[in-house]
Ligand binder design. Structure first.
Ligand SMILES: Nc1ncnc2c1ncn2[C@@H]1O[C@H](COP(=O)(O)OP(=O)(O)OP(=O)(O)O)[C@@H](O)[C@H]1O
Length: 288
């Protein structure tokens, strides 16, 4: 059966309506609706197994919803391939950074930004296009603080640097919607401070969905937050209100997250080597 096309209200960068994904008897994402304007700074938080990564997979197209619709910039992409969505302007970073160790840092970014499809093959034969891509890749590396490492083999990078390279690679496609899956995971305090600076410098017109366990990163970066528990939206709204909501406190109680002390949006990055970070929620992982 052909799905009924969904019309987004004007102006939405992304509109999810009733998005649901089940795995057997488990509903990982349950009737999630969300509307983001261009340039949105939105975070999705929730305990382990809440459905955050599944939601990103559904938006990026690596997975398909059982119900609901996904509309990007007015176009229904619910059933379109990952490659088409990438061409339409969706880019993502991963929990485990995707880096090709044998290539240089610069080439990783050039490759990530290379056009998919037949146009991409033709582009290799045009030295001017290649040069322009390399210059753009250099700018993205500069933005994430990796300019000096541009000609290193990517295998030389530390974990924190790989995360930054993954981010530069995501930016290389000049996205209109950027999906960031736990960019602060495994970073040192100093690296998190740098990450916050980089996030602050993301192009204004790009809508961003940040999935993150570090509440202070969420509080610093996001204007709005959706809290998921067991696949359902518990709360969605302005960051301060969402984090202060009693149900959110209940959902996070006992997980170690320090919601009270999360700095407000616009607060400076935390000092390096301060060990008092708001901890990631650590509810039992229900992954099968
Ligand atoms: N391919 C799959 N097959 C079966 N179950 C899955 C699959 N992918 C995810 N799940 C389940 O769906 C639920 C949501 O998983 P998901 O990874 O989206 O949660 P999450 O909120 O991103 O968790 P975390 O914070 O630990 O990354 C979990 O119970 C998980 O085990």
């Amino acid at each position: 059966m052909t799905p009924t096309p969904t019309l987004a209200r004007p102006g939405a960068a992304l509109e999810l309506t009733g998005v649901t994904r089940t795995f057997g008897s488990l509903t990982a994402v349950d009737d999630v609706s969300l509307r983001l304007p261009p340039g949105a700074r939105h975070a999705v938080i929730g305990p382990n197994g809440a459905g955050k990564t599944t939601l990103l997979n559904l938006i990026a197209g690596t997975d398909r919803p059982d119900q609901g619709s996904i509309v990007l910039g007015g176009a229904d992409v619910t059933r379109t391939s990952t490659a088409r969505r990438s061409r339409a302007g969706i880019a993502r970073s991963f929990q485990q950074p995707v880096v090709i160790g044998e290539l240089t840092v610069l080439d990783n970014v050039v490759l990530a930004g290379w056009p998919h499809g037949r146009g991409g093959h033709a582009a290799w034969r045009r030295p001017g296009r290649l040069r322009a891509r390399a210059e753009a890749a250099g700018r993205h590396l500069e933005a994430v603080g990796l300019a000096e490492a541009a000609h290193w083999p990517a295998s030389r990078l530390s974990h924190g640097q790989r995360r930054m390279l993954d981010l530069a690679a995501a930016l290389a496609g000049e996205p209109r919607l950027l999906l960031l899956d736990e960019p602060a995971a495994g970073l040192t305090d100093g690296d998190i401070g740098r990450l916050l600076g980089i996030l602050d410098g993301l192009p204004e017109q790009v809508a961003v969905i940040l999935v993150e366990h570090h509440v202070e990163v969420v509080a610093h970066f996001a204007d709005t937050v959706t809290v998921l528990t067991a696949g359902r939206v518990l709360v969605t709204g302005p960051t301060g209100e969402a984090l202060a909501h009693p149900s959110v406190r209940d959902a996070y109680r006992g997980t170690g997250a320090v919601l009270e002390s999360a700095p407000g949006k616009g607060a400076p990055p935390p000092p390096a080597d301060d060990g008092s970070r708001a901890a990631a929620p650590s509810a039992p992982d229900t992954r099968r």
